[in-house]
Design a protein around this ligand. Structure first.
Ligand code: PHE
Length: 382
């Protein structure tokens, strides 16, 4: 700012200017100084300084010129100074306004850039879980039974011997109890020390819910009972101390063995596909009479018994059949425990292992994977 400051603080007389012709040169000098300064890059704060420097009321260059050049000028010079000053003022004001607009525009552009939401940025990944395969298979089973009028009931995993055994026609010293390696609970006596809690156990099957359901409802009864069951089995590829069952129970005044086999066949074909065949073999359960074991034609070899590469199918050991689950017509003795009239009602029951059905359907050869929670396994069933 040296040039105008030096000169604008002096009067024309002090600058040695006496003739109107000299005025133009002097203003040209100021103007070219202004042009040089105004073409520099500046941001808003500097722009304000620049504006005050030139247009400031007290000490701006233009006020200085007015005070020091115009006002004290001799009448001969005043016209020329006035005209040149007006021209300079117009130029300065126009240019400063122009710079203001351009700074504003740049600011706006920047703030838009700053505030822009970048939708292409990857978001925070929140992994979504999925149902465990056992749960998925249970839902498939439920859907099939829903479609033929069954509903779901659930019951306690801690049971009394009465519901787990006695009411199912398994008296205390019946040898079949030995087949069910039961977990008995060793509960401490109650706090008042009086009545010691009755013996309790972890249910070995979902069949106790047959009794609990019939105690509560009158026929017709058509329920399935999914749930966890426990047995003192040593873990291996097909045994686990915890596994899952779905119990089924249908009781009415006119249910026949044909209803029973038809229902089971319908379920198996819905679950495994229409191509599979079923058969039943005589079996024994204290709470069904007659009792059967249902088999399904081997899903792996198509029932042929021979493996694709020759030799016997390893899954069904060459028989072409795979054991599926136990079932039977409800033993009339059971109705006695729930005050149903065995002369009036009849029905069937079945108990299938969900884990086993899942293993067969999805070709899983180790039951332990269901309980290990290894995501590499779980992720295969999204
Ligand atoms: N509760 C029997 C079991 O766990 C299965 C079964 C249920 C058999 C219902 C017949 C009727 O082995």
């Amino acid at each position: 700012m040296n040039l105008p400051e030096d000169k604008t603080s002096k009067t024309l007389q002090e600058l040695g200017i006496a003739l109107p012709e000299q005025v133009a040169g002097l203003f040209e000098e100021v103007q070219s100084h202004f042009d040089a300064e105004s073409s520099k890059d500046f941001i808003e704060i500097l722009w304000k300084e620049f504006r005050d420097e030139w247009l400031g009321r007290k000490s701006g260059v233009l006020s200085q010129i007015t005070d020091n050049w115009l006002k004290p000028a001799s009448p001969e010079l005043k016209r020329a100074v006035g005209a040149a000053l007006n021209q300079l003022r117009a130029r300065v004001e126009a240019k400063i306004e122009e710079r203001r607009l351009s700074i504003e525009a740049t600011e706006e552009k920047w703030s838009l850039t700053r505030e822009r939401v970048d939708l292409s940025l990857p978001g925070v990944l929140r992994p979504v879980g999925s149902h465990h395969l056992i749960r998925q298979v249970l839902q498939q089973i439920e859907d099939i039974f829903f479609s033929i009028g069954f509903s779901v009931v659930e019951g306690p995993e801690i049971e009394t011997p009465y519901y787990n055994f006695e009411a199912l026609n398994i008296p205390e010293f019946h040898p079949v109890r030995d087949d069910m390696d039961t977990f008995y609970l060793d509960l401490p006596p109650s706090s008042d020390g009086k009545d010691a809690p009755q013996p309790l156990l972890l249910r070995t099957h979902t069949s106790p819910m047959q009794i609990r359901t019939m105690e509560k409802r009158q026929p017709p009864v058509r329920v399935i009972v999914p749930g966890k069951v426990y047995r003192r089995d040593n873990p291996d590829a097909t045994h686990s101390f915890i596994f899952h069952q779905v119990e089924g129970l249908a009781v009415d005044t006119d249910i026949t063995f044909c209803d029973f086999t038809g229902t089971i066949e319908y379920f198996v074909k819905q679950f495994f596909g229409p191509g599979v065949k079923t058969r039943f073999r005589p079996s024994y359960f204290p709470f069904t009479e007659p009792s059967v074991e249902f088999d399904v034609s081997c899903i792996f070899c198509g029932g042929s018994g021979s493996a694709a590469g020759g030799g016997a199918c390893s899954k069904c050991k060459g028989s072409g059949w795979i054991e599926l689950f136990g079932a039977g017509m409800v033993d009339p003795a059971v109705y006695g425990f729930v005050k149903y009239d065995p002369k009036k009602v009849s029905g069937f029951a079945f108990g299938m292992g969900i884990d086993r059905l899942a293993m067969l359907k999805y070709g899983i050869d180790d039951i332990q994977v269901f309980f290990q929670n290894d995501v590499r396994f779980l992720r295969q069933f999204p």
